[in-house]
Design a protein around this ligand. Structure first.
Ligand code: APR
Length: 248
């Protein structure tokens, strides 16, 4: 891996407009399980398949059960409690924030909804699937925090009586157009694209990587992905560990 690290460091040294495209694997070293790994959320047993419970139609028809699953499986680690420590940014998030601060990285494009890139200091973050940190009343639009949702019971209600919904893209829902076009623009202009911690199986997010036009496409993933063949350089390992061996 040492020789790989030297190659990765050289690619970063020679780039000044890097874009990072990431997924749940970026947050596993912060203690948040991913979805499709063997220890991921989608391999746990529930009354309904998790991907059903995270769909728009389930949210509409089974709102109480949606929130029970959402609080325990998607909010708990982000908000934290006396017994469950709040997830903090790890070396991967921190390194990307340092690259941006040094003017070498122009954007993070993430499928994650945990807000950890911004918590690490990243400013230009395209959240393709939204964020649990933003919640809004479906009636009057009033905003609520993740803590407001976590500390409420059943279906969270606005002061106006309306239902509060997380600003998270559920299955069957579209992605935000401005976020998508910003991410496409950033990736199209990048001199280096680093893809990390994602299985690249969910579209349209995964399709964005095809807008990259350079020859420095680096893939850093613990397991093989559906798209390893598009990478100019593929590294299999833990992204936080790999990034912690690099310098800006
Ligand atoms: N370092 C590098 N890679 C890792 C690490 C790590 N520490 N931990 C896990 N991985 C890799 C796994 O090998 C896996 O290939 O990250 C990938 C995570 O893949 P998924 O669990 O499928 O997560 P993701 O690609 O983000 O899923 C995309 O699916 O359910 C939807 O909306 C949800 O945004 C999510 C989307």
């Amino acid at each position: 891996m040492m020789e790989d690290i030297a190659v990765l460091q050289k690619l970063i040294d020679e780039s000044s407009n890097i874009v990072f495209f990431g997924g749940a694997g970026v947050s596993t070293e912060s203690g948040i399980p991913d979805f499709r790994s063997v220890d991921g959320l989608y391999h746990q047993k529930f009354k309904y398949p998790p991907e059903t419970m995270l769909s728009h139609s389930f949210y509409v028809s089974h709102k109480e059960e949606f929130y029970e699953f959402y609080r325990e499986k998607l909010l708990l680690k982000v908000v934290g409690t006396a017994d469950v420590s709040k997830a903090e940014p790890n070396a991967a998030h921190r390194f990307l924030a340092e690259l941006e601060k040094a003017g070498k990285l122009s954007a993070v494009v993430t499928q994650n909804i945990d807000g950890l890139h911004q918590a690490a200091g990243s400013k230009n973050v395209y959240e393709l699937h939204g964020s649990v940190l933003r919640n809004y009343c479906q009636n009057c639009g009033k905003l609520y925090s993740a803590e407001d949702i976590f500390n409420s019971n059943g279906v969270p209600k606005c002061s106006c009586g309306g239902d509060i919904k997380p600003d998270v893209v559920l299955y069957e829902e579209g992605l935000d157009n401005d976020v998508m076009s910003g991410a496409v623009r950033a990736i199209s202009n990048a001199d280096m694209l680093i893809i990390g911690g994602t299985s690249l199986v969910v579209y349209p997010a995964a399709g964005l990587v095809d807008y990259y036009r350079g020859n420095k496409l680096v893939l850093i993933n613990r397991d093989e992905t559906a798209r390893d063949s598009i990478a100019n350089y593929a590294f299999h390992g833990k992204i936080g560990e790999i990034f912690s061996q690099l310098h800006v």
